[in-house]
Design a protein around this ligand. Structure first.
Ligand code: ATP
Ligand code: MG
Length: 392
């Protein structure tokens, strides 16, 4: 007889010294929150978490969900048996046979660990004896360095957990351990990745989106909420605010020199974000900017647009190549949504020749032609919100 569980590891938390137990407890709560089922138990056992679900629950699907929780290093679906060597051997051989059928594996290794020193065999003895049994009974060959199949056997707390596949987790720190941020969230590829990166560092993120409504449709608002539904799986997205920004852009476009429009839109967006941060008690802002990626993101333009914003602005993608950002977007599941065309406020009143290297002086001159505080107030009047499931 055996049962199946999710076997969860969280290596980075191991580094946190005295705070470790607080972080682990937070991770336990976040996994419980994302699992969202009273009958499913999540508990700690010596440096790991175990998630036990009642009969009928799809354990591999559960493992996929848990893998998305920040702080989780990896998840495997493990078969659970007792501590008798015969029982362990039988299950290890069965796991090997299943893997041979599924993946046509030719080589394997056993990676055994025991946390109980009262167990009769050492880890090394376990590796050797289980390895011999698998060779004899399945015909697989041992390969310690590059096996097709790695069977992990962990003896801990009176039980033995046996698994063959490991799903990479989000990594990082559990959400709730790093405060709150306002994230400027477009429907593009970059800002959802930037937001996810900050959630992965333990921050609760509050999205702020600017649409071109009422001049354009509100298609980008619907799309940003679809992106929100993907990010929601981390448990780190609290709310997305959406501002109908079209009228404000029209006013900016009719006032300032066309080449500076986009930069002034950005400045006003940051001002709105900073005001929202006050209201939401958030400590900093996040953008998806990457140095030099587009005209608005040259060093000069980034410096000029963010001048005078009192809060720190985090740009987790600033040194990344597009290629790396795209692969993260694919990994977290936002890429296809972000590749869909939805006109947002960026497409509105675009100058033919955007300024690539604005000076601070010209930027301040342009902003002085507008009543920015009033524009920020107008933005708040044109704001809607939707909350997400978040373990705040
Ligand atoms: P993204 O892929 O995130 O849209 P991008 O490469 O298109 O970024 P820009 O359009 O210059 O770059 O935007 C830079 C950053 O400004 C974005 O990453 C985002 O944080 C913020 N931003 C841009 N447009 C919007 C918007 N409509 N709503 C909210 N934030 C935005
Ligand atoms: Mg964009």
């Amino acid at each position: 007889m055996y049962s199946r569980v999710c076997f969860i590891s969280y290596h980075e938390l191991g580094l946190k010294g005295k705070n470790r137990s607080v972080f682990v407890q937070r991770l336990v709560e976040n996994v419980r929150f994302v699992v969202d089922d009273d009958r499913t138990k999540v508990r700690k056992i010596s440096g790991r978490l175990i998630c036990e679900a009642p009969e009928g629950v799809d354990i591999p699907a559960l493992a996929q969900r848990i893998a998305q929780v920040p702080g989780v290093a990896s998840v495997s679906v493990a078969d659970v048996v007792g501590r008798s060597f015969d029982e362990i051997t039988a299950r290890v051989v069965a796991v090997a046979r299943t893997a041979i059928q599924a993946t046509n594996a030719q080589t394997f290794r056993i990676t055994a660990k025991r946390s109980n020193t009262d167990f009769a065999l050492t880890s090394r003895e376990l590796n050797e004896r289980l390895g011999s049994a698998v060779v004899l009974q399945t015909g697989l060959k041992v390969n310690l360095t590059q096996p097709d199949l790695e069977i992990r056997v962990t003896v801990v707390g009176g039980k033995t957990y046996i698994s063959a596949e490991k799903i990479a987790g989000a990594g990082g720190l559990p959400v709730g351990s790093s405060g709150r941020l306002i994230s400027l969230l477009s429907t593009g590829i970059d800002s959802p990745v930037a937001t996810w990166r900050m959630m992965r560092r333990g921050a609760v993120c509050i999205g702020l989106h600017f649409s071109g409504a009422p001049v354009l449709t509100d298609a980008s608002i619907r799309l940003v909420h679809e992106i929100g539904e993907v990010l929601e799986h981390t448990g780190g997205l609290a709310t997305i605010y959406a501002v109908a920004f079209g009228d404000i852009q029209r006013e900016i476009a009719s006032t300032v020199y066309p080449g500076l429009c986009v930069l002034v839109y950005r400045r006003v967006m940051l001002k709105v974000a900073a005001a929202l941060a006050m209201r939401e008690r958030a400590a900093a802002l996040v953008t998806g900017e990457s140095l030099g990626q587009v005209a608005s993101q040259t060093l000069e333009n980034i410096v000029a647009t963010s001048h005078g914003i009192e809060l720190p602005i985090f740009r987790p993608l600033i040194g990344d190549d597009k290629h790396d950002i795209v692969s993260d977007a694919q990994r977290i599941g936002t890429f296809d949504l972000s590749s869909r065309a939805a006109e947002d406020c960026c497409t509105l009143f675009m100058p033919r020749q955007p300024e690539t290297r604005v000076t601070l002086e010209r930027m301040e001159e342009a902003c002085a032609m507008l009543d920015i505080d009033l524009l920020v107030e107008q933005a708040f009047d044109a704001m809607t919100e939707r909350t997400y499931r978040c373990n705040r």
